[in-house]
Ligand binder design. Structure first.
Ligand code: NAD
Length: 358
């Protein structure tokens, strides 16, 4: 099969890590008989430098026409002082909207070989954890009415943001979460604040109704404050966590941090046609950009997600994940993972080891 991938390398370490991931895809193509063709476009700070804006129509059109988008990271201190509507991060929001991405999928798992990087005590971690946070992206407090008014109690200015969720949006993300759980450990935890928020009561009713379509998957509900606590108390209890945009923003970062390895974690943002944008969860790491020492694994694992979720190529995705795991089990580390005094591989060397394993 032939697949067209739009590539947005972005800023900072983006070009270094994405180049390694593209080579991994090429290797997969050779091994499994697929053809991946790449079209590189600018977004973020590099687009501000070249075009005066973080996201051009041309980039949007190329990304919309592609079968999927592979993104590195955008932003950096060079563009910290540009006006907010022109900031590099606006490119991500613009792409998400243009591609209709509504589901952000973030796995957080502990690799046995990296257990010492996990900030949680081994007796709590037990056999480890393998969680996927499924965060809704189009609704919630981010997209309600925002504004300021004078307090009627004479308390000065009041800022307000309207939190709302439609049944349609909740059904769509719930189905995505149940479908994912079906091919994992068959357990969904829906996180809300239904003891306080009407939005959350609509959320809970809707997720419960959709659960009836998936009798093979177990559903439980959890308040967000408890979920935040349970993630550090007993992360092994979770399989798929489905939640709204605001709670998901916070919980997905918390889930990432308990792995202890920011350079390892991939993500996918999907639309209704199953196309998506795939990117590491970390940023452009300006402190190490250009040195050739960034960890490319999060971006390489994002490619595995692309193969599995957008192209339906599970064996190919499994092969990438197994190659990464073998590299770690064999003791290979980039600088962010290496212990003091331990030899660290460059970005390219880590890429080569993983491709060798393939
Ligand atoms: P960051 O994730 O870029 O870096 C945090 C720390 O983690 C740094 O010490 C960095 O060196 C390290 N790190 C991150 N990725 C790594 C990797 N692959 N290998 C080794 N070490 C790695 O977060 P930040 O410093 O808060 O942000 C830097 C810039 O990135 C900012 O401009 C921010 O706006 C942007 N950012 C972009 C995205 C995105 O494009 N999706 C996400 C987050 C931050």
């Amino acid at each position: 099969m032939k697949y067209q991938i739009a590539v947005v390398k972005g800023d900072g370490i983006g070009p270094e890590i994405v180049s390694e991931a593209m080579l991994v895809l090429e290797k997969i193509g050779e091994k499994f008989g697929h053809e991946f063709s790449f079209q590189e476009v600018l977004a973020g700070g590099c687009s501000i430098d070249a075009n005066g804006i973080p996201l051009t129509e041309e980039t949007i059109e190329v990304c919309k026409a592609a079968d999927s988008v592979l993104l590195g990271a955008v932003g950096g201190p060079k563009w910290d002082n540009v006006p907010s509507e022109k900031r590099p991060e606006k490119a991500l929001l613009g792409l998400r909207a243009a591609l209709g991405l509504f589901a952000n999928i973030r796995p957080a798992m502990m690799y046995k070989a990296l257990a010492e990087a996990c900030p949680i005590k081994p007796e709590i971690i037990g056999d480890g954890f393998d969680i996927v946070v499924c965060r809704e992206l189009t609704g919630d407090v981010y997209f309600g009415e925002h504004g300021r008014r004078e307090s009627d109690k004479g308390w000065g200015v009041v800022g307000y943001d309207d939190m709302n969720y439609s049944v349609y949006e909740i059904e769509r993300i719930a189905r995505r979460a149940f479908e994912m759980a079906r091919v994992r450990s068959k357990k969904v935890t829906s996180v809300d604040k239904a003891n306080v928020l009407e939005t959350s009561r609509v959320w809970r009713e809707t997720v419960t109704r959709i659960a009836a379509e998936y009798p093979d998957v177990e559903l439980n509900h959890m308040y967000v404050d408890n979920a935040a606590m349970q993630l550090v108390r007993n992360p092994g209890q979770f399989d798929v966590i489905v939640t709204g945009n605001l709670f998901g923003d916070i919980l997905s970062d918390e889930a990432s941090m308990i792995t202890g390895s920011i350079g390892m974690l991939p993500s996918a943002s999907l639309n209704e046609s199953g196309r998506g944008m795939y990117e590491p969860i970390h940023g452009s790491a300006p402190d190490i950009a250009g040195k050739g020492i960034a960890n490319p694994i999060a971006t390489i694992l994002s490619c595995a997600m692309m193969l599995r979720y957008s192209f339906g190529l599970s064996a190919e995705a499994d092969a990438i994940e197994a190659s990464v795991e073998k590299a770690l089990n064999d003791g290979y580390r980039t600088a962010d993972l290496a212990a003091k005094g331990e030899k660290a591989l460059s970005t390219h060397e880590m890429g080569e080891i993983i491709r060798g394993n393939l």
